[in-house]
Design a protein. Structure first.
Length: 207
């Protein structure tokens, strides 16, 4: 069987290009130069003469082994909407409601925000997180930013806002009505997580 040798550099997305196909390589080799042996049926990748990856050959397209990603990337991919709902149910009904609302539309697009909410369990515990989710639902803003803001301000155990005219201000102004005196108000024009863009700390919390 004829074999063709070539060289490639592992890109930041953990893939190398061989012909018209992208093949994944273990993430620790990102930026490294590797040797590639290609046949009609197999692609083998070597680094410093050591075989590090073997793929079945593909004429065109992309072959990715999830195991080649760094651990945090694998963890993100494993935390699917189903996983998030299961974890939220362990926390409580209010947390499950927040997660359900986050994932109700464009679930994959808003997955990181849902993961961020669940990531708050590590720092604040299930009891406080459940109380904060209940408060976020009460003010009509079940987003990661609101839940975290309530926890940071420590207002999750405060009396819930009144309904009717007296409570209108809290409902109209969302999370600011709960903890405006404790944390800075949102900067005009800043995008909310519930619009599909979780902020940086949501990503960190979800890891």
């Amino acid at each position: 069987m004829l074999a063709r040798w070539s060289q490639a550099t592992v890109g930041p997305d953990i893939h190398i290009k061989v012909g018209r196909t992208l093949y994944s390589v273990p993430w620790k080799l990102i930026g490294r130069r590797v040797d590639v042996r290609s046949t009609a049926t197999m692609v083998q990748v070597f680094h410093e003469s050591e075989l590090v990856k073997t793929h079945a050959a593909l004429e065109q397209g992309k072959r990715t082994d999830r195991g080649d990603y760094p651990p945090e990337k694998i963890a993100f991919q494993m935390r699917t909407p189903i996983w998030c709902r299961g974890q939220a149910s362990q926390v409580g009904d209010a947390c499950r409601e927040v997660i359900d609302q986050l994932l109700e539309v464009n679930a994959l697009y808003r997955l990181r925000a849902a993961q961020g909410v669940l990531g708050l369990r590590k720092m604040y515990g299930d009891t406080r997180l459940e109380a904060a989710c209940r408060k976020a639902v009460a003010v009509g803003d079940p987003s990661y930013r609101t839940v975290k803001g309530i926890l940071v301000a420590g207002t999750e155990t405060d009396p819930e806002p009144e309904t009717g005219y007296a409570g209108a201000s809290a409902f109209l102004h969302g999370p600011e009505g709960l903890f405006a005196a404790t944390i800075p108000l949102q900067i005009p024009g800043e995008v909310h997580d519930d619009q599909g863009h979780a902020d940086t700390d949501a990503e960190e919390a979800g890891r």
